[in-house]
Design a protein around this ligand. Structure first.
Ligand code: C6P
Length: 405
């Protein structure tokens, strides 16, 4: 039982995260780099340790007790994820290494089977490299074209046209740089049946995601941003599409039978899970989902939204600071630039004060070009952050200015 409670209380929740209670460079740690990766609650750390201490074995292979126990825990986690996302069927939940691998899987498996010369793949201008490069590779291989839906000055995605040539649309649910929440349901409606893939890496930790309501065809997220372990992610795909897709990788567990003449493939989801997966990671992700659900995604969304308002107001008062990304629907991520000071200097000086932010292009170079900046400083919030930490950030930025003045 964790200390997280029904009524959201940030001080109580913080007790669940051992790493937060330390000093960095002589200052209390202020961790504002959650979009890069979130910290892990005790419940996740303990679940992994407990699993390795008492249940661990390989899965789907042995008839012995430990293998059966491990297999049961692994498959229980799959069902947890299915329910968490309101996916219709656990066979539609595929374990992969992360969002990046999920998108590459769709590009290489669905894409190579269905995309031809002259076809068009639609993405937006705010995508992470993970949702750009796999499609560029596919375009190079097939002769298809990548078309980009522009974003406006606030960071909102504009209108787009679906033509006979449009064969796939792939969009972020939430921008990792601007925090913009994209209207996925409307985009799916406007797609008029063209398959839509959603990169949910930044959405799943911050808002309730209901796949049946969204209606998209593929959805990807990473465990490590959802307070779970690294090296693990999930691809959801509609069974009707997954059934027709060729395997992405060959190896153990993804086969039904192998001879040198012919191999037949396993059923869903195993057809896409070649080799020994991150078994303990999956158990840890199951624990992360239990933890997040115990706090409640509604509590998380409303607390983070209040904190975002507070941070936006506080940062707007800092002279010479410009926030990049002012969409109406925004998650708790704030990118900004400071007049005459390079983001790397901002990040380094903040670090000396115990404040962790990310600086750079955030794996979204085309978006940096769109806003005419080489890099930004990004403060990305989680439900364990506090107003006091935002105040510390503002004080930290005053110090940055003092050094540069
Ligand atoms: N963004 C950030 O600091 P992986 O690395 O596969 O877990 O996730 C890739 C990815 C895909 N899409 C979006 C929208 C993302 O934000 C990320 C990861 C981190 O913004 C690390 S670059």
């Amino acid at each position: 039982m964790t200390t997280a409670m029904k009524a959201f209380d940030v001080a109580t929740v913080r007790q669940d995260f051992p790493i937060l209670h330390q000093e960095v460079h002589g200052h209390p740690l202020v961790y504002l780099d959650n979009a890069a990766s979130a910290q892990k609650p005790r419940a996740v750390i303990d679940a992994i340790s407990q699993f390795y201490s008492s249940d661990y074995s390989n899965i789907h292979r042995g008839v012995h007790a430990l293998s059966e126990r491990s297999t049961r825990k692994y498959e229980e986690a799959r069902i947890k994820i299915q329910r968490f996302l309101n996916a219709p069927d656990p066979r539609e939940i595929i374990f992969v290494r992360g969002t990046t691998e999920a998108i590459n899987l769709v590009a290489q498996s669905y894409g190579r089977k269905n995309i031809r010369r002259g076809d068009e793949i639609l993405i937006t201008a705010l995508e992470h490299h993970s949702n750009i490069v796999p499609w560029q590779i596919l375009c190079e291989e097939t002769g298809a074209t990548l078309r980009v839906i522009p974003v406006d000055d606030r960071g909102e995605v504009g209108d787009f046209e679906v033509t006979d040539r449009t064969k796939l649309i792939s969009i972020a649910h939430i921008s990792n740089v601007l925090g913009t929440v994209l209207p996925v349901r409307e985009i799916v409606k406007r797609a008029k049946g063209v398959p839509v893939m959603v990169d949910g890496a930044q959405a799943v930790p911050h808002m309730k995601v209901d796949l049946q309501e969204l209606g998209c065809d593929f959805y990807a997220f990473s465990s490590h941003k959802l307070y779970g372990p690294t090296g693990l992610g999930v691809l959801y795909g509609k069974a009707a599409l997954l059934e027709k897709m060729p395997p992405y990788q060959g190896g153990g567990d993804m086969i039904a039978s192998v001879t040198f003449e012919k191999t037949t493939y396993n059923t869903l989801p195993y057809k896409f899970e070649a080799g020994t997966p991150d078994i303990a990671g999956v158990v840890g992700l199951g624990a992360a989902i239990d933890y997040v659900q115990e706090i409640g995604l509604d509590n998380i969304s409303s607390y983070e939204s209040e904190l975002l308002d507070y941070a936006t107001r506080a940062l707007s008062k800092v002279e010479g600071l410009r926030i990049i990304g002012t969409a109406k629907h925004k998650a708790a991520t704030i990118s900004f630039v400071m007049e005459g000071i390079h983001p790397h200097d901002v990040g380094t000086i903040l670090d000396r004060q115990g404040i962790a932010v990310r600086t750079g292009h955030h794996c979204a170079q085309p978006l940096m070009d769109r806003f005419g900046v080489p890099a930004t400083t990004r403060a990305s919030l989680a439900f364990y952050n506090t107003r006091e930490e935002i105040d510390a950030l503002v004080r930290g930025l005053a110090k940055v200015k003092e050094i540069f003045d």
